[in-house]
Structure formats: C-alpha cells, structure tokens
Design a protein around this ligand. Structure first.
Ligand code: NAD
Length: 481
C-alpha cells in the first residue's frame, strides 16, 4: 500500500448523514480508501460506531411516526424528487465508481443510470399496488413494516442504495443505510445528491462503517423491523441467524454461479460474445455473472475457436478508458482470491484456454488479473461450484438439452441463468426448467418491474417493482362483525 503522490489530493470524510444533516462521526477509527489501479491511498474515511448507528436508528424511528402514515401521492412526490436530485450527479457518481473500485466506465455508467431509474420504477409500481382490498365486512390494507436497515455490497453500491431506498420509501418505511465500507466515496457523492431532494428529517440516514460494527447493530437493534441485505452467503447466513432474536423481516440478495446454456442451434458469432459479456460483467465481479458456460459436446471445438477469437475484445486496462472491458479487482484480497481459484482449477485438471495465473503484462502495479477461460471443466470441480467473483469462466460440455438443464441446476445457487439459441420455443422450454430467480434468453437484459432475487443459497425474497415494495409491507386485516 502506498500513499498517493504526484499532486493527488487525499480526500477526507468524517461525517455521517443522520436526521437530515451531515454530522461528525462519534466513531474514531479511520480507514484508508485504496485505488485498485495502482494500490495508492486516495482517501481517509472515519468509520461509524454503534453509537452513530443508534443515533441514526432513533432518527428513523422518530420519522416513521409520521412518514409511516404518509399517502401514496406524498411518497410518489418524494420518489420524483429523489430521482431529480440523483440525476444531477450522474457524472460525478460514475467517476467515483471508476476511481474507487476500478469499475469499467461503461458498466459504472449503466449501474448509476439503473440506480437513478429505480426511483421512477418504484413510483410506477407504487401506483399499481392494490393498497386496500375489501370484501364483505373485511378490509385488508398494506402497512409499512417500520424502520428498515439497508446493507449493501460494494460491487454496485450506488444501485443497491437507490433500489432499496426507492422500495422502502414507496412502502412508507424510514431507513438507515449501511453502505459497503469499500464504497465510501461514491456513497458520499450519492448522499450529497439525495440530500437535495429535501426529504422529511430522519426518513433517510446513512452511516458508513464496518459490517461487524454498524451492520451488526442494525441486525440486533429491536427498533429495526426489517433488514434488506446484498452481499455474500456467509454474511447473509449470520444476519439471518442474528436477526431471528428480534424477529427481523429479511430480504437477502446473495451470491451466484450462473449458468449460460448454449443450445446447439446457437449462432456462435453472436452467442459467444454475448456469453463472454455475461461472464465478464463488472470484470467478473457481479452476482449475476454467467460463469458456467454449458456447451453441446458436438460443437465444443468450434466454441473453443470462437472464444479464442472473441476474447481479443475483452481487453484489460485502465477502467476510465472507454475501450477497456476488464478493470482491476477491487482489492489485493480479491486479487489473491481469484489467483487461488485459477490455481485450484489447474490442480483439479481443468485446462486453461485463455488467461491463467498472474498479472497481465504491463499491469503489475494494481489488482489486475488475466480474464481466464477454462475448458474440460466438470461441474463438480471447485471452479464450477464456488463463486469466484472475478473474470474466470468455466466451459462445461453436455450431450443433450436434458443434461444441460441438470448441470445448470446442479448448484447450491439459483440467482440468474441464460439460454442462447435460435429456436425460441426450445429456448423457452429450457428456461422454464431452470431453478433461478431470473432467466434471460439470448442476451443480458433488464426490466425494473421484474423481480430480482435468488432460489436456494442465492437468497431470500425479491427486489424490483411491486415485489421489492411488498418486501417492506405487512398486510393488515380489519374485520367487522
Ligand atoms: P460481504 O458479504 O462481504 O459484505 C456485504 C455488506 O455486508 C457490506 O456492507 C459489509 O460491511 C456488511 N457486513 C459484513 N459483515 C456483516 C455483519 N456481520 N453484519 C451485518 N453486515 C455485515 O459482500 P461483498 O464482498 O460486499 O459483496 C460481494 C458479494 O455480494 C458476492 O457474494 C455477490 O454475489 C453478492 N452480491 C449479490 C447481489 C444480488 O443481488 N444477489 C448483488 C451484488 C453482490
């Protein structure tokens, strides 16, 4: 680790956002923010402690007393204001993502735009939800669950904050956000932007600190009714266990090992670039990355050749350069994790088609890895079963559509999947048999009203659209005799 030189000004953040204002941290621990392209320290961030967290929860609880009774028109108005406020800082937010975690420009800008769009998508969903249903002498209303703790992962932190905040606000909940500590710079830009929306005091609170300190306080505090978490399976398990003591409502958005099934009628010129784009999304650091490519045995040689050719477009480089497809890993730890999986793949008998261990030539300073494609992978190998969270693709051969479906589903995860083929009815038939929260046909696509979330270890509950708002609601029935 080095300290920034050459005239770079080191940023300092010492405040949290509590009760509608930026307040000095009670916690005193300071964390370095390290730029992944060269390992230099670019900022110092003072981390929140339990006391900061409790102050934020108290503010959110106070605000819930009135915001929890707001009308849907008032909440729709707030969502429009949040959208407008965040839109004003699109470029700053994108730049912060590129610098802070090495997110490549195109992906960072897409993530920021999806985040900002989440406010309008929630406004639309809010309008379509049946808030009250009555029959005979029974009336059912949907009520906000209470104060919500929103805990985010670093890899698309700005999107997760916007998405969770939009759904919570649409439902009438007040929030305490615990962003990833690896996302302090982008969080700061976003919170400055959201402050301009002029929300009622205490509806939005943001405390940056460690998961084991701020996150743990949110999970154990009896005044927090709901946790919406995006992150790893290990932390998700502990949150679910610890939250049980106060009967927390839970949404857990966890990891993935997503399959892409290439059907034997796929046109390789389009299918392979599409499959590689899904595999190397966010430099492979994406929960939905399609990191297992299932290929018909009789087309394996042609697929290998197509991959070698298409990989030339997946250039490693400076994430700020628009031509770069794969940037650095977020941290030294993540770099080492990816290296260890590449070694494991080789030890277990998989064959490196492209890439391999070590830094790419000319990129020794930062946390860059070689985008790597393994062939001769068996689905029970470690690299096919565990989430690597880096640009490492496993190609697995199959004999029939049924075998492809069986291999795709033979995973502890079930977040995302893709089917690529020419005959749409066949692709749909295969898609319908996959155990995953979302399946895309032919290329990565999004719909902010469609549910997002996982089967099995990929999580509990759903985000996006009405599904996301319902996760912050409790049905209440009033019955007259
Ligand atoms: P992580 O689990 O290490 O951290 C996620 C968040 O949890 C961070 O804010 C962290 O500070 C906090 N945390 C850590 N310990 C905690 C504790 N004991 N109590 C409460 N909070 C705690 O995950 P990460 O490295 O930030 O993100 C990568 C993981 O997130 C990958 O597994 C990826 O697949 C997953 N992810 C899932 C989705 C999805 O939508 N399903 C999206 C993005 C990332």
């Amino acid at each position: 680790m080095k300290t920034a030189t050459s005239g770079d000004k080191i940023k300092t953040i010492t405040t949290h956002y509590i009760d509608g204002t930026f307040v000095e941290s009670h916690g005193r621990d300071v964390m370095n923010v390290i730029r992944p392209t060269d390992g230099q320290v670019i900022a110092h961030v003072t981390l929140a402690d339990e006391e900061d967290t409790r102050r934020a929860i108290t503010a959110a609880k106070r605000a819930f007393a009135s915001f929890g009774r707001s009308t849907k028109e008032e909440r729709a108005n707030i969502l429009r204001r949040l959208h407008e406020a965040a839109s004003a800082r699109v470029d700053d937010l994108t730049a912060a993502m590129i610098e802070e975690y090495g997110g490549v420009g195109q992906f960072s800008s897409l993530i920021v735009k999806s985040g900002i769009n989440a406010f309008l998508a929630a406004e639309q969903a809010l309008d379509e939800i049946p808030w009250t249903r009555s029959w005979d002498k029974t009336t059912v209303t949907l009520e906000p669950v209470g104060v919500a703790g929103l805990i985010t992962a670093w890899n698309a932190n700005a999107l997760f904050i916007c998405l969770k905040l939009a759904s919570a606000v649409a439902a009438g909940c007040t929030v305490v956000i615990k962003p990833s500590e690896l996302s302090s710079l982008q969080t700061r830009v976003l919170v400055e932007a959201l402050h301009e929306a002029g929300l009622p005091k205490g509806v939005l609170n943001v405390v940056t600190g460690l998961g084991t300190v701020v996150g743990a306080e949110l999970v154990r505090n009896p005044d927090v009714a709901k946790i919406s978490f995006t992150g790893s399976v290990g932390v998700g398990e502990s949150i679910m266990r610890d939250g049980a003591a106060t009967m927390k409502r839970m949404t857990l958005e966890l990891g993935g090992k997503s399959p892409t099934i290439l059907l034997d009628d796929a046109v390789l010129d389009q299918a392979i670039p599409s499959a590689l784009t899904m595999a190397f999304l966010n430099s492979g650091q994406a929960c939905a990355a399609g990191t297992r490519l299932l290929v018909p045995k009789n087309r394996l040689d042609a697929v290998k050749q197509a991959i070698r050719g298409a990989m030339r477009a997946f250039t490693v480089g400076d994430p700020a350069d628009p031509k770069t497809a794969v940037g650095p890993m977020v941290s030294q730890r993540q770099f080492e994790r990816v290296q260890s999986y590449i070694r494991k793949g080789i030890e277990e008998g998989a064959e490196v088609l492209v890439g391999g261990e070590g830094h790419p030539e000319g990129f020794e300073a930062g946390y860059f890895v070689k985008p790597t494609v393994f062939v001769n992978v068996k689905n029970d190998m470690t690299i096919a079963q565990e989430e690597i969270f880096g640009p490492v693709l496993s190609v697995i051969a199959y004999d029939s559509d049924d075998e492809a479906i069986r291999i795709a589903n033979d995973s502890k995860y079930g977040l995302h999947a893709a089917v690529i083929g020419t005959d749409l009815s066949r692709a749909r038939r295969v898609a319908s048999q996959l155990r995953a929260g979302r399946v895309v046909i032919n290329s990565m696509t999004d719909d902010p009203q469609a549910p997002w979330g996982g089967f099995k270890y990929s999580g509990v509950g759903r985000e996006y659209g009405q599904y996301g708002i319902e996760a912050f609601l409790e049905p209440k029935a009033i019955l007259e005799s």
